[in-house]
Ligand binder design. Structure first.
Ligand SMILES: *[C@@H]1O[C@H](CO)[C@@H](O)[C@H](O)[C@H]1NC(C)=O
Ligand SMILES: *[C@@H]1O[C@H](CO)[C@@H](O)[C@H](O)[C@H]1NC(C)=O
Length: 933
């Protein structure tokens, strides 16, 4: 198996980026979520969760306090409080509440209510999971921004489900780049991994007698995804350019699925087997008499068995039996039982036949026989179950599967590639993916809508039946796709777009569904353009029926939308052209006939009025000057032009319309609010925990410091018994306070923390002063001692050279003297202060003095010194450095200033850096760095 790291490296080379945006892909399974990221220059990689696991249970739990738990923590919590955990977030997507008879989206959507927290729809729950995925991606990106997401969905997801997945992304504040079928994503990964190249090449070399040169043979693969909620099979065909060896195109030939068998259904078999064992073991015991309920009536017992079941089922893929031991399962009694693989198979007898159904169905749909398959690639958690593999292989008459892609990462990496392709900030390797779409899309165009509602004697029109056409045929077409419908209409009309029922009826989708209901307006407007051209027949009006062209697009995620709508009408105009009869020089072409390309675009009819007028004037002029002019004749020609008008498309808010499912405006804002409130609460909780820990830790630390004070140690020496007793009292008070109401607010916790710090400030400050004061005193003394003679020397130079600054040095000696005296006095005063009292000479005061002196030294050092009198080499250019001259760098306020100094001046270098910060930290100022330069 390829390691994740080397796969990431390989993929990195496929992905070139244009900006620094990151995108994330989420493999939204029913049981697990996997997350990957595409980041500029780094390629595609799966990102692990906080526990370094590659998949996270798609579970959200809510503690009694309303804290949210995700993944394994939520699963563990479910054993205690099953009613506070949402296990089936994805299953809630596109589902109706119990008892609803109308199909989704007409029905009331299914929701989950968590007591004390709220009621959540599938969109809410999936949004929480996507937000969790984003945190995971962000952590992997060291806090990098993640705003775009691509999500995998099972191939049986209807447009309603797909729309809701994108809605969930929007609620989580993510830009939905699209949804992609998990199997298609896996096929993309298969292509990216170079599996096609190897296999097809091997094949080609085997039968190279037949196919020499030419195009590489297509490569056909059956992907079988056995997930928690169903089995989905896909036939994909990979094509390569003859020129390159990489896959250039993936044709998804067919999908088929079955949702009766999957990991979750098999887990129930294990749960059922364990529940039976539980009941059997308890039967007749005293405990049973005390609580006669069976396992299935005990939600907590069932929750713990369920939690165990998945692991048991997974282990039984590799082992033939598994000992299950659950401590104090009920009434403080442990539960033990052995589950065997055979029991699982026997218990799944009713489910397993369904495994082969989608496999055979997809081959049938694709028109492919098992022998045509170059590979059979399984993935998904349940694909590891030997019974499932055996059934698939038996149905195909094969011995082995091609386990060539990583079950966990295939779909999520493929989805990231899909996302990168849909995003404008990434540039990906060219790979066309022709996806199948699930349902035939048809449209009904209503006729003569207005007349139907108008009582008019003159109008004998009656409402005719709507015209129905297939827009995208699921049997034959692929997506992305585009199609234009053309029809004739006299007036505005309504169009309904439908999703047709699957002919094979293999899905639970409720038959024919209205996808969108829209009204096209402005049809008549195009007629107003008729008759305005030069050459138009007199009084010509649009008596014809306009043609309406409606262009539909089917995007990569399966969304259908109208991209353009326009009405057009033809007009035949007479084009006149003056032709010179004799070969004398032609004066002018009188009439600007509409050009030929007017056919293509004749929107600006108004403009053509002007040349028409001009032409008439010219004609009249021409008549007057007839004699002088060369002979011409008028040629008439008929020409057809097309007038166009863009129609406005108004979506009628039909409640049954799937399109209205796309969350926008208020509903979206409200759902976002729900999620944000939870997130804020989580953040507040985290901050509170932080503040609580901080305060608790401070109290413990301070108390042990004060309590532990004994003769000879610092705390003891700087504090009095009375002071210590008072502090201990306050600390105890604070500890009690933490259990009170006021401590419920994070801000109060922080305030209390500050209070205690202030309480300790006296002792802490005195200890600090005892340690740091002597050091600071010494540093200031040393600095003054060293600087004084150097400043004096510099002063001397200034005087010798007649510098105008010479006078400025006068005060320094006094400043130095005063400072030393100040220091002596203060130190003497401080020595008289008892250690338990506030200091009179603080380190801060010494630092201030240091800064004052330092400022003066810097000022003096920076004064411009006139050059030493020159003795020789007068011909030298003055710009050149003199011999012995040296460039010296001096730092002033952190900035480097270049100072040129001659030999003479060099002795004045080495003024200690009067850096208060250095003094504070005790850095060595006695050896100024400047000397080295
Ligand atoms: C799939 O497995 C079969 C049987 O082992 C093998 O013949 C075939 O070459 C494999 N296909 C690929 C693409 O590796
Ligand atoms: C140092 O000398 C160089 C060359 O003589 C001169 O260009 C530069 O301006 C001088 N720098 C200072 C700070 O005087």
């Amino acid at each position: 198996m390829r390691s994740a790291a080397s796969a990431a490296l390989l993929l990195a080379s496929l992905l070139l980026t244009l900006s620094a945006a990151n995108l994330m892909a989420v493999d939204l399974g029913e049981a697990y979520i996997k997350v990957s990221v595409a980041r500029p220059g780094r390629g595609l990689e799966l990102v692990p969760n906080e526990q370094s696991k590659r998949k996270t249970p798609a579970v959200v739990g809510f503690t009694q306090d309303g804290e949210r738990l995700f993944g394994d923590a939520a699963v563990a919590f479910a054993a205690k409080s099953p009613a506070r955990v949402i296990f089936n977030a994805r299953r809630l997507i596109g589902a109706c509440a119990e008892g609803e008879t109308d199909p989704y989206p007409k029905c009331k959507p299914a929701t989950v209510t968590v007591e004390g927290v709220g009621t959540f729809s599938g969109v809410h729950a999936v949004a929480m999971l996507l937000a969790m995925a984003r945190r995971q991606a962000k952590a992997a990106l060291d806090g990098g921004k993640v705003s775009d997401v691509a999500v995998t969905v099972p191939s049986w997801f209807e447009a309603t489900h797909r729309a809701d997945v994108c809605n969930a992304a929007a609620v989580a504040g993510l830009n939905c780049l699209g949804v992609v079928n998990a199997n298609t994503a896996a096929a993309v990964k298969y292509a990216l991994d170079g599996k096609v190249v190897n296999a097809a090449d091997a094949k080609a070399s085997k039968d190279n007698k037949k196919k020499k040169g030419g195009k590489p043979a297509p490569h056909t693969v059956l992907f079988v995804d056995a997930g928690a909620s169903g089995i989905s099979a896909t036939v994909a065909r990979f094509a390569r350019d003859s020129a390159s060896s990489t896959v250039s195109k993936i044709d998804i030939v067919a999908h088929a699925s079955d949702t009766t068998v999957g990991g979750a259904a098999l887990d129930e078999v294990v749960v059922s087997r364990m529940a039976d064992a539980f009941d059997k073991q308890r039967a007749g015991t005293a405990a049973h008499k005390e609580d006669p309920r069976a396992a299935r009536e005990l939600p907590r017992v069932m929750a713990r068995l369920r939690k165990e079941a998945r692991r048991v089922r997974e282990i039984l893929s590799a082992n033939t039996e598994r000992l299950v031991a659950i401590g104090s399962l009920h009434q403080d009694r442990d539960f033990k039982t052995v589950v065997t693989r055979q029991e699982l198979v026997d218990g799944s007898k009713h489910l397993l036949p369904a495994v082969t159904r989608p496999v055979l169905a997809v081959l049938d749909k694709a028109g492919v026989s098992p022998a045509d398959l170059d590979a059979v690639v399984p993935f998904g958690g349940a694909s590891r179950m030997p019974a499932i593999q055996e059934l698939v292989l038996k149905a195909l008459g094969r011995d082995v599967m091609n386990k060539s892609i990583n079950s966990d990462e295939a779909a999520v990496i493929g989805a990231a590639f899909f996302g990168a392709g849909a995003s404008s900030t990434f540039r990906v390797r060219k790979l066309d993916v022709n996806e199948r779409f699930k349902r035939t899309v048809s449209a009904e165009v209503q006729r003569d809508l207005e007349s139907a509602g108008r009582l008019s004697l003159s109008s004998k029109k009656t409402r005719k039946a709507a015209q129905k056409v297939v827009v995208f045929d699921a049997e034959k077409g692929t997506m992305p796709a585009k199609k234009t419908l053309s029809f004739s209409r006299e007036d505005d009309c309504e169009v309904k777009v439908f999703f047709e029922m699957d002919k094979k009826g293999e899905s639970t989708f409720p038959g024919r569904t209205v996808y969108a209901h829209m009204k096209l307006t402005g049809v008549k407007k195009v007629l107003e353009k008729v008759g305005k051209n030069p050459g138009s027949k007199k009084g010509a009006t649009g008596k014809q029926t306009p043609r309406v062209a409606l262009t539909f697009r089917l995007d990569r995620s399966g969304n259908v939308f109208v991209s353009t709508a326009e009405a057009s009408v033809d007009e035949t105009i007479t084009v006149e052209r003056e032709v010179v009869i004799k070969e004398k020089k032609e004066k002018k072409t009188k009439v600007e006939a509409p050009k030929d390309d007017a056919k293509k675009d004749e929107k600006e009819d108004g403009k053509d009025d002007a040349p028409k007028e001009d032409a008439k004037k010219d004609e009249k002029k021409g008549e007057k000057k007839k004699a002088e002019k060369p002979k011409t004749r008028i040629e008439k020609r008929e020409q057809s032009i097309i007038h166009r008008h863009t129609l406005s498309v108004e979506y009628l808010d039909a409640p049954e319309s799937i399109r209205s499912l796309t969350m926008m405006g208020k509903p979206l804002d409200e759902a976002k609010k729900v999620l944000k409130a939870l997130e804020d609460a989580d953040n507040e909780r985290a901050e509170r925990a932080d503040a609580l820990n901080g305060l608790e830790g401070y109290i413990l630390g301070a108390r042990s410091k004060i309590r532990g004070a004994e003769e000879g140690d610092e705390v003891f020496e700087v504090s009095t018994e009375e002071e210590r007793t008072k502090i201990l009292e306050k600390l105890d008070e604070a500890e009690d306070w933490m259990f009170g109401d006021e401590a419920g607010k994070t801000i109060n916790l922080r305030k209390k923390h500050h209070e205690l710090r202030d309480l300790m400030a006296g002792i802490d400050g005195r200890i600090e002063g005892r340690r740091e004061r002597p050091k600071a005193v010494k540093q200031l003394r040393d600095a003054l001692e060293e600087a004084t003679p150097k400043v004096a020397e510099l002063a001397k130079l200034h005087t010798e050279r007649g510098s105008k600054h010479a006078g400025e040095f006068d005060g320094f000696a006094k400043l130095a003297e005063d400072t030393v005296k100040w220091l002596d006095d203060e130190v003497a005063k401080q020595e008289k202060v008892p250690a338990t009292e506030e200091a009179v000479l603080t380190v801060g005061m010494i630092e201030d003095k240091f800064a004052e002196v330092g400022k003066e030294i810097k000022k003096l050092a920076a004064l411009e010194l006139p050059p030493a009198p020159k003795e020789e080499k007068k011909d030298e250019t003055k710009d050149e450095k003199k011999e012995g001259e040296k460039e010296v760098k001096v730092e002033v306020d952190g900035k480097e200033v270049k100072v040129n100094k001659t030999e003479d001046e060099k002795k004045t270098e080495g003024i200690p850096d009067p850096d208060p910060a250095a003094a504070k930290t005790g850095a060595n100022v006695e050896t100024p760095a400047k000397d080295e330069l």
